[in-house]
Design a protein around this ligand. Sequence first.
Ligand code: SAH
Ligand code: SF4
Length: 358
Amino acid sequence: MREFFQFNRTELEEFVTTELELPRYRVDQLFQWVYQKRVFDPESWTNIGKADRERLKNVFQFPTLDPKLRVRSIDGTRKYLFTVAEDEVESVMIKQPERMTLCVSSQVGCALGCKFCQTGTMGLKRHLSQGEILTQVFGVLVDSDLNFGDTFSNMVFMGMGEPFHNYEAVTRAISVLNDPHGLALSPRKITVSTAGLVPSIERFFKERVGANLAVSLNATTDEVRNEVMPINRKFPLEKLLGSLRNADLPPRKRITIEYVMLRGVNDSDDDLKRLPQLLRGIPCKVNLIPYNFNTGLGYECPEEGTLHKWQKELMRHNFVVTIRWSKGRDIDAACGQLVTKSAQKGRLREPSQVAANG
Ligand code: SAH
Ligand code: SF4
């Protein structure tokens, strides 16, 4: 048996036409049944003849899409826990006034060890496969169809893990999501967030992956960035920003610069002066993220006034600036809080409202 979610389009075409000796147009039909209609039982693929259906049934298998847990926040955000092989991964449906955004994980844990991020404290357990990334997307979609009658309009790779440390699986999953016979999700609606792995950033632009890029900057000097994001020692600010400046972006496309505000660490007036200078020549917009102190890692969030001051000042420099207030804090679903149960060592609360089926 072969895992359907592990194929990209080219491989599926190859498999269907050469190994199964079926016509190529079956691939569009398969994508439509599985990814568009979310019908996973080959018996129900009615526009495919009975004999072919029988063959497909015997070769493809699908992962279990039922979440192990689903928890709802008072703000409408939902956190999902999926079991993949021996591990658990988390995904979040973030409720915003004008849209729903699905946030997925790319790894179990993360190797980069940023000091303000709880996932970072776990270390890297393993990379997720293309199929395990798609399991989160379709697991959430099936549950949303069934129980909430909603869906997401935007998707971000901002859950557990560093997507560019798992480049292949992440970009393969994106190609399925972009596929006109798959989810047909526009590249404008998908965002990959990286802590700044420069060679992968260059590769991402060169290959014209169908997604936007967000970069977690989080400091304006190498000194501070080395401290809070150790990956900066390998790819310091000049290299990182240089790779963004050289990016060959289509017109009107913008890179998102994320800046987690840490009181007394990266929120000084000097930082505020340096930031627009650093970003000069980079087509970008800025997301200011108040540090989520629920992670209990010893940092503090600046006063709300500081965030507004930063927003105003950056806007004066003609940047589009959004303050990203945390969602789902009460269910431990906010930025930097995703961590598997096994790694929690009793530090975090049990989810208060557990409902895997309704
Ligand atoms: N590894 C990628 C994507 C996952 S983290 C990256 O680092 O970009 C997604 C975002 O959450 C990043 O911008 C990161 O800086 C931010 N983040 C991590 N911990 C946080 C915390 N405690 N409070 C607020 N944002 C946090
Ligand atoms: Fe990894 Fe991103 Fe957390 Fe840093 S912020 S430890 S890169 S998940």
